[in-house]
Design a protein around this ligand. Structure first.
Ligand SMILES: Nc1ncnc2c1ncn2[C@@H]1O[C@H](COP(=O)(O)OP(=O)(O)OP(=O)(O)O)[C@@H](O)[C@H]1O
Length: 273
């Protein structure tokens, strides 16, 4: 365990002294206070903590969807707004948000086509091609590529949304509790699919969750956040070997790491009391 570190580099995600206050009427909420984090490319990072600790606010700032009051964010040398304009961020939302009139394949390829068109207009180098059918197959959707979203279960639609994120070819994927609407069994299965595809592609991912188990299973680093004001309490390295399949869920090392993360979160709460 170590504190969040600050650094700035074109090869990193670097967040330095980031603060954000919301104002509603005469009330203010300090959603984020002095957040410092730094991650290298290809890291799977989870923002973990209870409701109201600023996870979504931080993710939305990284995505260029929310402003911040002070501090700096560098996404591989770009501001969030520059990265968004250059289509260098893929956003995987809580609900799949697929276009109902398009097939799953067309949904997944749409953002890829939009991104390529944007690259062409901007005169920038083409991004690495991702084979949409292969990514759909990797996520267990090969037989549903021609189906419409309404013909899929919730878990399958969420897998399609994840496939769309990978296929976009953006170097950074931001995932806002993408499994929160799924039942526990489906959630387990989709987590393992995501893990499998990510371990082969190693994109930089920042993932929001309330679940210590999910955070430990997926991540290289778990950012433990505490509320009032939202801030980083600790960054925990998850050094469990990869690839991590279903078997890791039953290992004592996994259980110990989940307990460690939960304990660190409780310490953060108790320090506030
Ligand atoms: N648009 C807004 N206007 C005012 N306050 C807001 C707004 N968005 C978030 N907040 C407040 O900022 C704080 C952090 O909210 P945020 O949604 O980022 O937390 P979170 O950790 O993602 O919570 P959850 O896990 O419940 O989604 C909370 O106190 C919340 O009420």
């Amino acid at each position: 365990m170590h504190d969040g570190v600050s650094a700035d580099s074109g090869q990193k995600i670097a967040i330095h002294n980031l603060s954000k206050t919301y104002t509603r009427g005469d009330q203010t909420v300090r959603a984020l206070s002095d957040v410092n984090l730094s991650f290298s490319e290809g890291t799977f990072v989870t923002l973990f903590g209870p409701s109201g600790c600023g996870k979504t606010t931080l993710l939305r700032i990284l995505a260029g969807l929310e402003t911040h009051d002070s501090g700096d964010v560098s996404l591989f040398g770009e501001t969030p707004q520059q990265a968004t304009r250059a289509k260098n961020i893929a956003w995987v939302p809580q609900s799949a948000a697929l276009l109902p009139w398009l097939s799953i394949r067309a949904n997944v390829k749409l953002s890829q086509m939009v991104n390529r068109a944007a690259d062409h207009l901007a005169g920038v180098r083409k991004r690495l091609p991702e084979d949409a059918d292969q990514v759909l197959a990797d996520l267990g959707l090969a037989d549903f590529a021609d189906a419409r979203p309404a013909q899929l279960s919730g878990g399958m639609r969420q897998r399609a949304a994840i496939a769309r994120g990978f296929v976009q070819g953006a170097p950074l994927m931001l995932m806002d509790e993408p499994f929160s609407a799924l039942d526990e069994l489906t959630r387990d299965a989709v987590r393992l699919r995501l893990l499998d595809v990510w371990e082969r592609k190693r994109k930089t991912v920042i993932f929001v969750t309330h679940s210590a188990l999910e955070a430990v299973l997926l991540s290289d680093k778990v950012v433990v956040m505490t509320p009032r004001p939202g801030r980083v309490h600790a960054v925990v390295d998850i050094d469990l070997p990869r690839p991590r399949g279903r078997a890791v869920l039953d290992s004592p090392e996994f259980a110990a790491k989940v307990r460690e993360v939960q304990h660190i979160l409780r310490q953060g709460w108790e320090a506030d009391e």
